[in-house]
Design a binder for this molecule. Structure first.
Ligand code: NAI
Length: 334
């Protein structure tokens, strides 16, 4: 049986890299057929027809059908998984609260449509910014779908953090494990390297044992954190466009691990807090998690020192404020 997958914002940059990976089997399995629905707004339908032509021309064995639409009710019909990439971009002069209000409307409508049409065990990954708050709003409007089936993308931040540590230590990227992103996908996120290890054969070596130089420990508390927090802005500055290839790649990593499991490592995902680590219950907050049988479990019992506590609370506060702003935008709509 084919897995039915929706990608929203399908005429955009991230989707252009994400679509082929999903269609080639990099997310749901190398032998798993897929049906793909692509959603965008009415002015983008011509572009989307072009994307569909290219998908046909990929001549892929796993891609059974492509459905292009501007109607969320069609896009989410019976879907098993959804990548919610499309969002209102920040325009010049636009205030944060206006951006949030515009996105609240989009994610409220998409939550409604998921509620009406998607499978009840659908896995929803929100990529469009502000990703955490958008995911929370979407879930709120899809009451019959478990909140555990909603998540948001912080895997790009994790990948950035992992790559920076690997580069500093001159080790292969996949051998660096258990770097954590806490909190919001924003510049208040806390990239936490305190539990990171390098795998050397069967041995797991803490990164500060791999490099014992006090300057490295200092870097981890200062420039490392800043450069991961600011990496998105640095890419925009250099490229003139926001991260797309790496965001698509991280979306693949996130959904693949949700679908197929994390095996022997932690990954970071934005998920609803149940009060873990003193983070208010109901906040969509990035935690270290493991996944088995499509069930996400927050890694518990990690030591939180004063340094970490302050940073974790700061990003939680930003999320609380965002949620309050979103709730007030929803109230005004009523
Ligand atoms: P883009 O502007 O190239 O594409 C966005 C697409 O979404 C456009 O085709 C637009 O027409 C569509 N769209 C807008 N409203 C829609 C709606 N109501 N329904 C369906 N489609 C809609 O943007 P790009 O580069 O693909 O980025 C998409 C989003 O992902 C942005 O919000 C961006 O900030 C976010 N992002 C998130 C990251 C993360 O790590 N969470 C990383 C990078 C980007």
């Amino acid at each position: 049986m084919a897995v039915k997958v929706c990608i929203t914002g399908a005429a955009g940059q991230i989707a252009y890299s994400l679509i082929p990976s999903v269609a080639k089997g990099e997310v749901f399995g190398a032998k798993q057929p897929v049906i793909m629905t692509l959603l965008d707004i009415p002015p983008m339908m011509k572009v989307l027809e072009g994307v569909k032509m290219e998908m046909v021309d990929l001549a892929l064995p796993l891609l059974q059908e492509v459905i292009v639409t501007d109607d969320p009710l069609v896009a989410f019909d019976n879907v098993d998984a959804a990548f919610l990439v499309g969002a209102m971009p920040r325009k010049e002069g636009m205030e944060r609260k206006d951006l949030l209000a515009a996105n609240v409307k989009i994610f409220q409508a998409q939550g409604d449509a998921l509620e009406k049409k998607a499978k009840k065990d659908v896995k929803v990954l929100v990529v469009g910014n502000p990703a955490n708050t958008n995911a929370a709003i979407c879930s709120k409007n899809a009451k019959s779908i478990s909140p555990a089936n909603f998540s948001c993308l912080t895997r790009l931040d994790q990948n950035r953090a992992q790559a920076q540590i690997a580069e500093k230590l001159k080790v292969p990227v996949p051998t660096v494990k258990n770097v954590i992103i806490w909190g919001n996908h924003s510049s208040t996120q806390f990239p936490d390297s305190r539990f990171a290890i390098v795998e050397k054969g069967a041995e797991k070596v803490p990164i500060t044992t791999v490099n014992k130089d006090p300057a490295f420990a200092e870097y981890l508390k200062t420039d490392f954190i800043k450069s991961v927090q600011q990496r998105g802005a640095s890419v925009i500055k250099a490229r003139g466009l926001s991260s797309a290839m790496s965001a698509a790649n991280a979306s693949v990593d996130h959904m693949r691990d949700w679908w197929q499991g994390t095996k022997d490592r932690w990954v970071s995902m934005g998920v609803f807090s149940n009060g873990e680590y003193g983070i208010p219950a109901g906040l969509m907050y990035s935690f270290p998690v493991t996944v088995a049988n499509k069930k996400v479990t927050i890694v518990e019992g990690l030591d939180i020192n004063d340094f970490a506590r302050e940073k974790m609370d700061l990003t939680a506060k930003e999320l609380k404020d965002e949620k309050a702003m979103a709730d007030s935008a929803l109230e005004q709509k009523k």
